[in-house]
Write a protein that binds this ligand. Structure first.
Ligand code: NM2
Length: 503
């Protein structure tokens, strides 16, 4: 017990706890002022520093392809056999990154782009519809999945090839920062990482819990109030805490497999009851448009019009970047025995395939209903909000109630499978010494689960909206970007040295 106790890095915990407490108290005591402050900082980042996020993601895509396809690709991460089957690996990777967003954004993201398309496209036009079906495939596609992969390779290589015992964020900065990556600077790096992840998962909770409460309202007739949303977060937190508490094999792997099966069933069922002709034709069309416009979409910051596209791009990239290091650590944890190529190509391919099947089926299903005048999804979103519209949409399909019950379960499961891995990784990072195959102290896992839930809970309950949680994500992601760049450079340095020595 004693040795376990001394394994917790209390200083790190106190600093993060202190920060979360200060932010929460500020929000509670000065609701309006705090809202304005969050908005001010995030809109500054959005309009002045957004291009940094955009550049990082674009460069990462190139570097990732280079790393996967080039000579580094054949390096095996560890000599052992693969620890997880292909299915379990892909399922865990996908589920730890995706939460209920796949149902929420998957079903209705197109509405926002249909109403406010970029590139001078006329709103609500045919072109706007085609574009609206395409852009979510970009925001959830190759580029964002690629940003997870270099940190994943870095951490896996450090652990399985260089046999480094320490397993925290700063260890991957060592090749560039040298001894500075340890000690005080290392601690700051770990702490900034913890902030980033709290910001990133906050938005996912902020999106998922209203969807769960809207499903509960539909199924059980309870009113969708802030109190209900509060209890939803409590229940989700209990589930993911138990899962993280049970560790990788018993908890996280089990929930991910169950979750991916439910997600697939939902998508297949939606496809079967939907207008298959429209869905398939739009899938083909949007794939072509995606390839055709890839670089235009990657850099479009709408300088003349200043419409909504800039904030979409920057918000999404900030959100994915906030997850990048956590996902890197997590993917490293499950990738023993794979080659760098298998990790990179597998990660991008499975990630894209997962996002594509969900977004293109759910999104085109709902777009078809709208275009045929069966349900006014655009009006629904603007007048009743996203969660209620998603539920209305599916309540009209055959076996609608069963489908909504599945939305309820899958939303809870998919949030749980994101946050259990996040809590697990946070617990590892805040341990004094935990190696990659070791297990963090369970008390730490519980602590981080609760801390992660606290901030969005308070913002949503007391005064804020999803927009404020999103703004917090954009802010807290910024320091993560700096760490991310250091890790990417370090990773290339490390792999080049390894190649040089082994040739
Ligand atoms: N991403 C965008 O709600 C969700 O699905 C979370 C988080 C992958 C970083 C998605």
């Amino acid at each position: 017990m004693n040795s376990k106790k001394s394994n917790i890095d209390y200083s790190m915990i106190m600093i993060v706890l202190g920060f979360v407490t200060v932010v929460i108290s500020y929000i509670l005591i000065f609701p309006d002022r705090s809202k304005k402050m969050i908005d001010l900082i995030s809109s500054y980042i959005l309009s002045n520093l957004g291009f940094v996020y955009v550049l990082i993601v674009l460069i990462s895509l190139f570097l990732c392809i280079y790393m996967g396809v080039g000579s580094f690709g054949s390096i095996r991460l560890g000599d052992e056999k693969k620890e997880y089957s292909e299915f379990a690996w892909a399922a865990m990777m996908f589920c730890s990154s995706m939460a209920a967003g796949f149902i929420y954004w998957g079903s209705i993201e197109w509405v926002f782009h249909y109403m406010k398309p970029p590139f001078g496209i006329i709103p609500l036009s045919v072109e706007a519809a085609e574009y609206a079906a395409t852009i979510p495939l970009f925001y959830w596609g190759f580029s964002p999945w690629a940003i997870y992969m270099i940190p994943a390779v870095a951490y896996a290589f450090l652990r399985y090839n260089l046999k480094k015992e320490r397993f925290d964020v700063s260890i991957a900065c060592e090749p560039l920062l040298g001894k500075y990556a340890d000690g005080f600077a290392g601690k700051i790096i770990n702490i900034l990482f913890l902030f980033g992840i709290i910001g990133g998962t906050g938005t996912a909770l902020g999106i998922g819990s209203p969807l769960v409460s809207a499903s509960i309202q539909h199924l059980f007739g309870l009113n969708d109030t802030p109190i209900l949303r509060f209890w939803v977060i409590v229940v989700v937190t209990i589930i993911f805490t138990i899962s993280a508490y049970n560790g990788m094999k018993k908890g996280i792997q089990f929930l991910s497999n169950a979750n991916i099966i439910l997600m697939l069933l939902m998508v297949i069922f939606t496809f079967l009851v939907g207008n298959k002709g429209f869905i398939v034709k739009m899938q083909m069309t949007s794939l072509g448009m995606l390839l055709d416009n890839y670089f235009k979409m990657s850099t479009y910051l709408d300088p003349v019009n200043g419409g909504g596209s800039e904030s979409w791009l920057v918000f999404y990239w900030a959100w994915w970047l906030a997850y990048a290091i956590f996902m890197g650590l997590f993917i490293a944890r499950i990738s023993k025995g794979r080659t760098i190529r298998q990790v990179i190509i597998g990660g991008m391919a499975y990630g894209f395939a997962g996002s594509f099947s969900m977004f293109s089926v759910l999104g085109n299903y709902s777009m078809d209903l709208h275009l045929r005048g069966i349900i006014d999804v655009v009006k629904g979103v603007t007048e009743n909000g996203g969660p209620a519209t998603v539920i209305e949409l599916y309540s009209k399909m055959p076996l609608g109630t069963v489908f909504i019950a599945t939305i309820l379960i899958t939303s809870i499961f998919s949030m749980a499978t994101s946050f259990d891995s996040a809590a697990y990784i946070m617990a590892m990072v805040s341990s004094k010494k935990v190696d990659l195959s070791g297990k963090p102290d369970k008390r730490l896992t519980i602590f981080w689960s609760m801390t992660m839930a606290a901030l969005p809970m308070v913002i949503m309950m007391f005064n804020g909206s999803l927009a404020h949680v999103q703004a917090l994500t954009v802010i807290l992601a910024f320091p993560t970007c700096v760490i991310y760049i250091i890790i990417v450079i370090s990773c290339f340095k490390m792999l080049s040295e390894y190649k040089r020595q082994s040739s």
